[in-house]
Design a protein around this ligand. Structure first.
Ligand SMILES: Nc1ncnc2c1ncn2[C@@H]1O[C@H](COP(=O)(O)OP(=O)(O)OP(=O)(O)O)[C@@H](O)[C@H]1O
Ligand SMILES: O=C(O)C[C@@H](O)[C@H](O)C(=O)CO
Length: 319
């Protein structure tokens, strides 16, 4: 019996977003606290859209850890499989700088973070069995023991016919070198049913500087993937199926406040639409509309839209 539409595995952390935006971080004195971390954002977005969601991760045994777990529970995510770190590891912190609507950066504090200490023994087959899809984020593969925990979750999902969705989520600071990224990304991408990433992230997977979508899909369709989504920022995104179809998702117009959060909100709504039996073309529109809403707001997680807000934007910009 499936209990969860989606279980995400990986990091749940803290975002500290500049309150005084359109200025350098050096001059920013106030930050607002939100739950962050790409897979947590995706689970939060999907839960707000009405999917039943669970999360596998590790949080610190402190105020930040409790804030993360409480917020995720409040939005309806099952947090029973969020292990509590007992060895003093802390939550990752992401300070965001909003210099202008198109120039944003993230200053990360991720040394020895709790999420990368998730142990394989903390990944439970009985839990994964209850999901329709497992969403794996690339950053969880950056270091052991989280790397082995993520690989175990993928193996258990495959064994139990749970669809594996790999969100490449490449964040340079946790990796040692490009070769290592490519090795682990390839292992997981080849075993996933759906792979989602930006063009640059697929370049990291393939260990090339200038890849192209045709080559990427030709390579991955020799393996498990049935659906590959390649995002190109404001230029939109493409979805490719193993049967040879290509779909294009156009970005929606938005009153952009900042760029980050786009990818996570896109993934949440894209996966929501697929779970509800929408077509791939419609799923691209849900993802793009959701991203257009989140880039117009201050946070990534708290700003995740409802189905009504997404559909209203799709309707408003339908021509
Ligand atoms: N400025 C924007 N205005 C409207 N839509 C946008 C904008 N930027 C991105 N999007 C939408 O979000 C989708 C994903 O964006 P992008 O390719 O930048 O992903 P990403 O790099 O994973 O995002 P993130 O910045 O969160 O890491 C795009 O395909 C597009 O539909
Ligand atoms: O993924 C992170 O660790 C940072 C995020 O929480 C942040 O909100 C973001 O960059 C989303 O894309």
């Amino acid at each position: 019996m499936t209990t969860y539409d989606l279980i995400a595995v990986g990091r749940a952390c803290i975002d500290l977003n500049a309150v005084e935006y359109n200025r350098p971080m050096e001059e920013t004195e106030t930050f607002s606290k939100y739950v962050g971390g790409s897979p947590a954002n995706i689970a939060i977005g999907a839960s707000k859209l009405g999917l039943s969601c669970g999360f596998i991760g590790k949080i610190p045994d402190d105020q930040h850890g409790r804030f993360i777990s409480n917020y995720m529970s409040e939005v309806g995510i099952d947090t029973s499989q969020m292990a509590i770190d007992k060895n003093g590891h802390k939550s990752g912190l992401a300070f965001t700088e909003i210099l202008s609507p198109s120039e944003c950066s993230i200053l990360m504090y991720r040394d020895d973070v709790a999420d990368l200490y998730l142990e394989p023994s903390e990944v439970d087959e009985e839990y994964i069995k209850q999901a329709k899809m497992l969403v794996v984020s690339g950053t969880g593969l950056a270091q052991s023991p989280s790397r082995e925990a993520v690989l175990k979750s993928v193996a258990l999902a495959r064994k139990n016919n749970v669809k594996v969705v790999f969100e490449l989520d490449y964040r340079p600071y946790t990796w040692k070198n490009a070769e290592e990224v490519s090795v682990y990304y390839s292992i997981v991408a080849e075993q996933s049913d759906v792979v989602i990433g930006t063009r640059d992230e697929f370049n990291m997977l393939e260990n090339v500087t200038e890849g192209n979508n045709d080559k990427t899909v030709a390579y991955l369709f020799q393996h498990e993937p049935e659906l590959i989504v390649i995002k190109h920022g404001v230029e939109g995104s493409y979805a490719y199926t193993k049967e040879g179809e290509t779909f294009r998702g156009k970005a929606y117009k938005s009153n952009v406040l900042k760029t980050f959060g786009a990818g996570d909100s896109y993934a949440a709504a894209f996966l929501y639409a697929l779970s509800k039996g929408k077509t791939i073309q419609e799923a691209l529109q849900y993802g793009s509309a959701s991203a257009a809403i989140v880039v117009s707001k201050h946070s990534s997680s708290e700003a995740m839209p409802t189905v009504e807000q997404i559909e209203a934007l799709m309707e408003e910009q339908s021509n």
